[in-house]
Design a binder for this molecule. Sequence first.
Ligand code: SAH
Length: 363
Amino acid sequence: MQFMTKSDYEFSRYLNTAGKKELSGIIRYFCAETPQEELSELAACANRLREKHYGRRVYFRGLIEFSSHCRKDCYYCGIRKSNFNARRYRLSEEEILSCCQNGYNLGFRTFVLQSGEDSYFTDERLCSLVAEIKQRFADCAVTLSVGERRSDSYKRLYDAGADRYLLRHETADVAHYDKLHPPMMSLENRKQCLYSLKEIGYQVGAGFMMESPFQTFDTLAEDLIFLRDLKPHMIGIGPFIPHMYTRFAGLDTPSSGRTVVMLSLIRIMLPKVLLPSTTALGTIDPQGREKGLKAGANVVMPNLSPVAYRSDYSLYDNKICTGEEAAECLHCLTNRIESAGFEPDFSRGDHVDLQKGGDLICG
Ligand code: SAH
């Protein structure tokens, strides 16, 4: 195929300028039609670009899933409001701080605080939590992933010390978005949140699920176009995995192949982006996280949540690493990453342009 005769730079430029139809064709080609040796070349190209900006380093972020209460009703999600079988929990501020302390002792310098959209966490409560974490662990970055809020709320949280914000856009195609979410949610608002977060000064992460219901090569092309416009610092993509108490129970769980292809395409399109190899990818394929890293990803997010609650933060079925203590999990993942030829890195792991104190040009 013509892409493989291009230099890495040309391929990157091409992905940044191609129209929707061409992008859709490229995605189809690599997801459905490519011979194995070209897939290896695709991954090799992504790897070279990752290596150029980040070397063999894989950044570790400590994930703290601090509440499974949610007022939203995303149709695919196991902790959505109308799943009455979900066990709801909420960690106290002391419990969250003790997860951070545990993580800090293990070497983590980034904490990712994720939850459902839990109304208990008002701006006051969240700001005081963020400020306390930053006070106790001044050399750490705090990432929030708590869903859609008003932009003045995002600003208050930023002023309280939050450094980064993860909010996957889920899909950049309106009709697709509306098939995955109830009418009171909108893609427009989701996108607006992302643009506000970026403007406020956060390092921002967008992203989507691979092989979510109703996804097509065209909707994926829209995702690439949205991402290259937004230019987020981080992009979280993982496979969709059905949850038994959702309307999508019983759909097939995808294999890892297409997620791995999209990781490479995204690395090539936005060479400097921070790209996690997700737990969901490790869940559907025992070698999934290693495959993701070898295809251009450079971040992992092991779980620091208390073991007693882990299985209750159930976004999808059969999630891995719900039974082990943080230290155990970390030890296992570190070994695996080293064996795969990468270097675990526990620094804050900012986007490369920010590490050098450079301009906020990313992608
Ligand atoms: N409330 C926060 C966090 C959501 S959970 C927010 O709105 O951003 C984090 C991510 O898990 C979601 O953005 C979604 O992409 C992913 N997720 C939810 N259900 C999933 C499923 N069934 N399979 C795979 N990923 C899922």
